[in-house]
Design a protein around this ligand. Structure first.
Ligand SMILES: Nc1ncnc2c1ncn2[C@@H]1O[C@H](COP(=O)(O)OP(=O)(O)OP(=O)(O)O)[C@@H](O)[C@H]1O
Length: 228
C-alpha cells in the first residue's frame, strides 16, 4: 500500500443548479485505482477535486492529511495531474526544454538540468527526441512527454484523466506499461476498461454517485451490465 491517502468526506458539488456530485465519502489508499462512468457522470469533477482544481460546495477533500481547500499549493506539489489532451500541458518548443522547465525549480545549474532532462527522456522512452519540436511528436509520445514533465516534479500521487483517449493500441499498451512501472499512487479515469483490469480497485460513478466500489473484476462487470 502507498503511504499516501485521499479522503472524500461527504462531498457534494453543483454547477449552477445542476447537482454533479452527491454523497461522496471515500478513502482512497490503494496504489492503483480506476474510475469509470458514463459521459457526464462526474468523474472529472471528482478527479479535479484531488488537486484543488475544483473545490467542493460541501464536504471536504483531504490529501495526505491536508485539507485541499486550505492547502491548495502544498497539495498541488503532491498531486500530479495529466489531462487527456497533452497539448494542454506541453509548454516549451522542444521536448528537452519542456522537461527542463519542470526541473527549473529544483535544479538551478543549466548544464546539470540538461543532463537530467536527457536521462528523464530516456526513462520515458523518448530517447533521441530531445531537440525535436514537441508539436511534432506523435500523440502517444506527447502523452509520455506530458507524463514525464509531471513526474519530474516528484508528486506522490498521479491523477490521469482519460490518458489513452488519443492513443492507438500500441501507445496505449506503452502507457499502461509505463504506469505499471511507476511507484506513485495512481488514480486513472478511463473509458478503456481493459486499461484497468489489473488495478487494485475500481470505482463506478453514475449520476454523481459511487454505485460500485470493488476489485476490477466485479466492478467492471457491474459497469458493463449497467451500460448494456
Ligand atoms: N465548469 C463547468 N461548468 C458547468 N458544468 C460543468 C462544468 N464542468 C462539468 N460540468 C458538467 O458537470 C457534469 C459532469 O461533468 P464531468 O466532466 O465531471 O463528467 P465526466 O464523468 O468526467 O464525463 P466524460 O466521461 O464525458 O469526461 C456534466 O454534466 C458537465 O456538463
Amino acid at each position: 500500500m502507498p503511504d499516501t491517502s485521499i479522503v472524500f468526506d461527504g462531498v457534494e458539488h453543483s454547477f449552477g443548479d445542476r447537482r454533479v456530485l452527491s454523497g461522496i465519502s471515500l478513502e482512497l489508499t490503494q496504489r492503483r485505482i480506476g474510475i469509470v462512468g458514463a459521459n457526464g457522470s462526474g468523474k472529472s469533477t471528482l478527479a479535479r477535486m484531488i488537486n484543488g482544481l475544483i473545490i467542493p460546495d460541501r464536504g471536504a477533500v483531504t490529501v495526505n492529511g491536508l485539507d485541499v481547500r486550505k492547502n491548495k499549493r502544498a497539495v498541488r506539489r503532491d498531486v500530479g495531474f495529466i489531462f487527456s489532451d497533452p497539448d494542454r500541458q506541453i509548454i516549451m518548443p522542444t521536448v528537452a526544454e519542456d522537461i527542463e522547465l519542470s526541473l527549473s525549480r529544483t535544479i538551478k545549474d543549466k548544464t546539470e538540468r540538461k543532463t537530467r532532462a536527457l536521462s528523464v527522456l530516456s526513462e520515458f522512452g523518448l530517447d533521441g527526441h530531445a531537440d525535436q519540436p514537441a508539436h511534432q511528436l506523435s500523440g502517444g509520445q506527447k502523452q509520455l512527454l506530458a507524463l514525464a514533465s509531471v513526474m519530474v516534479l516528484g508528486p506522490s500521487i498521479l491523477v490521469a484523466d482519460e490518458p489513452t483517449t488519443m492513443l492507438d493500441l500500441r501507445n496505449s499498451l506503452m502507457l499502461r506499461e509505463t504506469f505499471a512501472g511507476l511507484g506513485e499512487q495512481l488514480i486513472v479515469l478511463s473509458h478503456d476498461l481493459d486499461f484497468l483490469t489489473d488495478y487494485d480497485r475500481v470505482l463506478v460513478i453514475d449520476d454523481g454517485q459511487v454505485v460500485a466500489d470493488d476489485e476490477p473484476g466485479p466492478a467492471l462487470a457491474f459497469y458493463r451490465r449497467a451500460m448494456a
